[in-house]
Design a protein around this ligand. Sequence first.
Ligand SMILES: [Fe+2]
Length: 359
Amino acid sequence: MDPTAKIDLRIRAMTTSLGRLEDLPQDYRAALGEAMVGPLWPQMRNALPHHAPVPVTTTRLWTYAQIRPLLLEAGKLTPVEKAERRVLFLADPARGPSSMQVTSTLYLGMQLLLPGEKAPAHKHTPSAARIIVEGQGAYTIVDGEKLPMQEGDIILTPGGCWHDHGHEGQEPVIWLDALDLPLFITLDGSYAVEAELQAPRNRPDSSQVEYRAAGLVPPRRRDQPAPKFPQMRYPWERTEGALRHLALHNGQEAVELDFVNPETGESCLPVMGFTAMMLRPGQTLRPPLRSSSAAFHVVRGSGTASINGQSHHWTTKDTFSAPTFARIELHNPGTEPAFLIRIHDTPLQEKLGYYEERA
Ligand SMILES: [Fe+2]
């Protein structure tokens, strides 16, 4: 056979549709089932679709107005001792109401702590971060470091770090938990260890001491390397101030800042990334299509989002999700800036050598 004919055959083989399961004799299919094996070719395109993935995840908006009363009701129905963590998780509609995930890798849940309550210490393989949504006077202790919780703050509890919560204020405190739990479940690697409450060290957390100013870190002796997670708290006041200053000087570019480990410049957690965003009054943002999945939490402001053509009207404390390679448009029609935090799995994808952006 001449080489041109061989190439023609190969091209025809690549472009013809693949064989279907029902093309195979019934007794052969039964024998495959007995042997616990299966033909790849009928499912080949499901596993490896052409050119772009076909995400399971769909987009949804969770309004705080709907979640808050349900969470406060949980406070009446279930004491914290019966819950360990009193959380209502957000479920991706494509996966159903019992699915503990908003995208393939991200878990989100709204947690309630009432005045005087304590949530006992535990540590687990997934990493977590919390964005404080409402209330004053609560704190988290992470490996002995007491972290005050103010609205908009991000508090980290990296995998393997002991953490417990307490509340010395007068009103309910609510925060949004973000965990890489779905990934750890996929890895068959999710577990927790429980303990009693921790005794906090008598000193302010490192965001108020060693890492008080961006660009300044304490010098280290060669035999005293920096801790793996040196900063566990990112006060919102500083984040908003930094966004507002950036907005004054970066033209019409997107106003965004990533939360990073101050010692390494890497993302603040290994799998999940957190990006603070400011939408100027009247601004429309159309980011590139990203291979990472995401959820957006509104710290303050109102606006609209179009995610793959589906419209959401969001306001302060709402949360909405976006699948991989989503076409996203965010708009702030108001006269005040809007502030959001984008939670995403870009750090994981970069570590896999996979992260991709398309126009
Ligand atoms: Fe936890």
